[in-house]
Design a protein around this ligand. Sequence first.
Ligand SMILES: *Cc1c(COP(=O)(O)O)cnc(C)c1O
Length: 395
Amino acid sequence: MYGNIKEHLKNELKNIEEAGLYKNERIIVSPQSAKIKVETGQEVLNFCANNYLGLSDHPRLINAAKNALDNRGYGMSSVRFICGTQDYHKELENTISRFFCTEDTILYASCFDANGGFFEPLFTDEDAIISDSLNHASIIDGVRLCKAKRYRYANADVNDLEEKLKEAQAQRFRVIVTDGVFSMDGNVAPLDKIMELAKKYNALVMVDESHSAGVVGDKGKGVSELYNMLGEVDVITGTLGKAFGGAIGGFTTGRREIIDMLRQRSRPYLFSNSIPPMVAASGVEAFNMLEETNELQDKLHVNVEYFISKMQEAGFDIKPTQSAICAVMLYDAKLSQQYAEELLKEGIYVTGFYYPVVPKDEARIRVQLSAGHEREHLDKAIEAFIKVGKKLKVI
Ligand SMILES: *Cc1c(COP(=O)(O)O)cnc(C)c1O
């Protein structure tokens, strides 16, 4: 009987709305890009996409997709191990392994699935998972699906991590799990220290490079490149849904036997469809583009530096970042929403975040920079931030 549930849901939805947490979608009627057109006809500069390298509408990826569409069809209608593997899927897995200097790679429909399917096949109630408190929801869900003992350490806090590793010595195997870049502050995981502790306390290391791959490190190979540790991390997960074209798809890459076991036992791999050929082909193209030249990575890094230095000059309070995520701190929930609205009127699309997405009294505007932004886009955004900042008495 729907009746009771309907009333219950209506109430819950009302509560969500009254708390100001109701999520609405904004309709875009152009390709994803630095400049987008929204349903109202307004053209805005986009500073809230994960389109870090500006590849979402890049002609090379579009052509690679069209070519695959013509040559390999539209969909696979199968999971990988039955009849859902084409040459493009294997090529993409090999390309990802080469990019991250790893032994093997397994594709998933998303990084959510990669994380969801990682723990349960490898760890049992004899083992320990030691996880950063700010890890992505998909890691948290993946850990929940596994019977291993859970330990949580404070965000990027290596002293706390060491305490948890000491406690976890009773277990058979240990794995330390962390995001490479944390999505709200843009800080990176202290991978050098984490690797030291992993050695000292005999633990595996798994890094989710979703926000860092393509972004962090001179060549965009993520935090393992930043710390000169390419090929040393046991397992990396990542997404094709952010820097690498933004379509869909995820992967787990790392030690050969681990990847092999995931192919045998990882449920999202065994029970969910293959990514389409065109997405696999464009994925290969995206990684190849980054291997050919550093142009996009360099441009992104220059853009981040330029934006942050100009914003600090103007007197804004910016969280220290080592990624393309720049948190402009406002410390007031209402102000963050008002600020974002005013910026939209100025043609700048950003998102304001507040509790419970970020800690209480740490409301902010999150700006995501991209190699797709030109200097004039950045200048326009900075100008708008200053104009609204003066109006709202933030600076
Ligand atoms: C975005 C993100 C994911 C999810 O990736 P999808 O491919 O979109 O499912 C997983 N982990 C982290 C850290 C992310 O930022």
